[in-house]
Design a protein around this ligand. Sequence first.
Ligand SMILES: *Cc1c(COP(=O)(O)O)cnc(C)c1O
Length: 371
Amino acid sequence: MSAPRLLIDLEKLHHNALTLVQRLAVDSISVTGVTKAALGAPEIGKVLLRAGVESLAGSRIENLESMCRGGVPASMTLIRSPMLSQVDRVVAHADVSFNTELDTISALSLAADRAGRTHGIILMVELGDLREGIMPNDLEEAARQVLHLPNIALKGIGTNLACRSGVSPDTNNMAVLSSLADSIEASCGTMLDIVSGGNSANIQWALSGTDTGRINNLRLGESILLGREPLQRQAIDGLHTDAITLVAEVIETKVKPSHPWGEIAQAAFGEPLPSIDRGDIRQTIFAIGHQDTDHCGLLAPQGIKILGASSDHLIVDSSRYHENLTVGSEVTFGLNYSALLRAMTSPFVAKVMMKSSTPRLPAETVQSCRA
Ligand SMILES: *Cc1c(COP(=O)(O)O)cnc(C)c1O
């Protein structure tokens, strides 16, 4: 089999999605399955739908188009503000898009008219993380204007936290979102179907037993794909954290000094990390690098210590690994979100979808770049 490769266990993904859908249903919160880190892979979209997600979402129109081409029968949501240059594609392949700019929504209205369709809009509100969003004081006026546009339906409001600044969803900011929903309904005389509270970072808040107010939707990517919540990156109880793993192949293994020699200047990616002289080690190189993944987000099996990476090489100390690695040996790594996103995006990494549910990773793995 070709290496490197991502092993994607569809049964484990199904379990993760189903578990979250069922737990959130207790609070009447629906799940939008976010496939952006999976580049809109149709197989994954279908698994999430089978698990009961209400709709599928991505941040790039290309990913929604690939799910449409792959025959995924879902309502599609574009969760990044559309580019003005793409409004016709957005109207053709997304039923709903997240928006913050009136100019863009007006262009979507014209595009929807040309296509003979109605396009749904969720207005995003800024609640402190300082990424996308209309300032709360300006939301009502924006809603009023959207309601006047032909071929546009105001579906609801939403917010996104914990992505740029790490601002956590909590009782306060979620209550602000709920009250904004109430006040828009009262002043504009319209009903908002969707109040979308956020992403995987909202799970702890939603499942804490607190009053979830008007929030009736979350958009989940990382928690389904990797089984972790993104605030502390803790495993979510009952979910698989190894539904997706990465296999790499050894191309060199030798006993070498742990310390470089010669005059030290910059390395391929800037200042080299300071290294401690620990005498000779068994240094092993895998045929995978920056072009394929983020090596800092790889979880190596016990006994393998990641030392560094360049464009195409991953260098590890395998002195304490239980197995004698030889050229051609393969090792399976766990991934964090950053490593997953880059591996999915790399054309050099094969994506292997599996239907079996077999253990992939030893229980103990070690996060790199933390030593
Ligand atoms: C990426 C993204 C999500 C999904 O985030 P996860 O942390 O992967 O669950 C949800 N909403 C928006 C707007 C996003 O950009």
